[in-house]
Design a protein around this ligand. Sequence first.
Ligand SMILES: [Zn+2]
Length: 225
Amino acid sequence: MLTANDENNHKVFASRKLNSQRYFCTSCGNPVFIKLGNFKCAHFAHFSNYNCNINNESETNEHIIGKLAISKFLHKNNVFIEKYLPSIKQRPDIMFDDNVVEFQCSSINIKRLNERNDGYSKLKIKYFWILGSKYYQNKFNQSIKKFYTYSIKLGFYILFWDFKSSELIVNYQISMIDGKIIFKEQRFSDWNSFLVFKSKMNFGQFIIRNSLIYSIKKNRKRPIL
Ligand SMILES: [Zn+2]
């Protein structure tokens, strides 16, 4: 976790500069301690004998650093990192306006994914799953299909975070033709340009384009006379 509450119940960010007072988990309230490893970015962790209702102890460095980078990428005034939502007992990685971003680097099963999405839907919160590097490297894997999102503008699409360049990678107009996955890819260095791009897309073009690819591929199978 990047954040914890101090003894005065003020939210603080994990940092090497923090003094030695006690810190508490923002969701379960149990005491936590600051970890200053050589390889990982500073973060808070629970003591092993405390059970937390939000289990995220196996956070990778990519996840910790990515959360901060994505929150900057959004360019919004009211961005909350790890804000606990008591009514649904969830703590999204990032929240802004009525949106949440979950930056997913590790595996998650469909049941857990649906529970998280249902929680946000209950509160009428729009959710975005942005996937980490392991997912991007294995993007043709079956396990990634549960993250496909459909929009009239983009068709089926999926979001990735490139933590080296701090860019959002969008794979969109995903379709399967002759058993092969076909998609387009676009990179964005701020959230607003992604939204502008999304609003300009036209689903009609998508249908034409895909039927075109299909007819091209179909014709190729025919023997050339
Ligand atoms: Zn906790």
